[in-house]
Design a protein around this ligand. Structure first.
Ligand code: AMP
Ligand code: MN
Ligand code: MN
Ligand code: MN
Length: 276
């Protein structure tokens, strides 16, 4: 079983890299990529844990991108984390994350929720703050009924705690990934809520900018989504990747691994890992 998209406490995952790798190994994952948001801090620990569990480790990252006023996520797989160009790029995004988190805190304070920044900061520990941390805090304080409800009420586009940020450009994200020897993968294409024509434009721009692959299977894709994504991968000459986008063991329906096989029409991105 291959799973090339998972999160640890180095960003918005609930588990330490060591616990995440052990859980994945127990779920029959034999090749795993850690892909934290805009951060590679968990990779060294995950790599050690993978060795201890006898599984193959692919160092990764999930980069936040702004394209045409929309947020896209570009996963880098097989990166060399200590590449200066990559780390300088990620450092800029980490600064943006902290500034945004403070602004989210101020906006929620105007709504009478005055401890949100401090709460998210505490949940994040040494990691950069994501909206996931705000959602967990808002849920814990009873401002939302469920984790999803916290996004729906406060954190989604158009809601009081949503702050527009200009992340990296599509070209920058791909350049940083390539500079560090990695492969750039367009993450969860069907989850942005884009119309078909916008998605086609985004994939064309990604391919044009040098993108290598796209996630054909992500999380609990159904058969229609899978065939739809496979068709797009073939159309744009992109290799296929598979990933759970695992964040937390709290959700019994989404664990590491447990993913369907890539359709034969799609070239697996992992065929290229050793070649570059
Ligand atoms: P950020 O990059 O800080 O804006 O946070 C984005 C993260 O929040 C994503 O990677 C997801 O883990 C999570 N997220 C975003 N939207 C939702 C949603 N509607 N429901 C649950 N989690 C979400
Ligand atoms: Mn996340
Ligand atoms: Mn994502
Ligand atoms: Mn993710």
């Amino acid at each position: 079983m291959i799973d090339l998209h998972l999160h640890s406490r180095a960003s918005d995952g609930a588990l330490t890299p060591t616990k995440l790798v052990a859980l994945a190994a127990g779920c029959s994952v034999r090749t795993l990529a850690l892909t934290d948001h805009d951060c590679t801090d968990g990779l060294a620990e995950a790599s050690k844990a993978a060795e201890a569990n006898g599984i193959r480790f692919i160092p990764g990252v999930e980069i936040s991108v702004t394209w045409q006023n929309r947020t896209l996520h570009i996963v880098g797989l097989g990166i060399k984390a200590d590449t200066p160009v990559l780390q300088e790029g990620l450092a800029g995004l980490q600064t943006l994350r902290d500034e945004r988190a403070q602004e989210i805190g101020r906006r929620l304070a105007k709504r009478g929720i005055d401890d949100a920044y401090a709460g998210a900061r505490e949940l994040a520990g040494r990691a950069e703050i994501t909206r996931t941390h705000f959602a967990r805090h808002l849920l814990a304080r009873g401002h939302a009924h469920t984790f999803q409800d916290a996004f729906k009420r406060f954190l989604r586009h158009g809601k009081p705690g949503h702050v527009q940020v200009t992340w990296a450009s599509l070209e920058q994200s791909i350049n940083w990934i390539h500079a560090s020897g990695g492969h750039a993968v367009f993450a969860h294409p069907l989850r942005y809520g884009m119309t078909r024509s916008w998605l086609v434009r985004a994939l064309a721009a990604f391919k044009e900018a040098g993108g290598d692959g796209m996630e054909v299977i992500c999380g609990r894709s159904n058969r229609d989504e899978l065939m739809n994504a496979a068709h797009l991968a073939v159309r744009f000459g992109l290799a296929g990747s598979v990933g759970s986008d695992f964040h937390t063991p709290d959700n019994p329906h989404l664990q590491p691994g447990g993913l369907p096989a890539l359709p034969d029409s799609v070239t697996p991105i992992w065929d290229r890992f050793e070649s570059r």
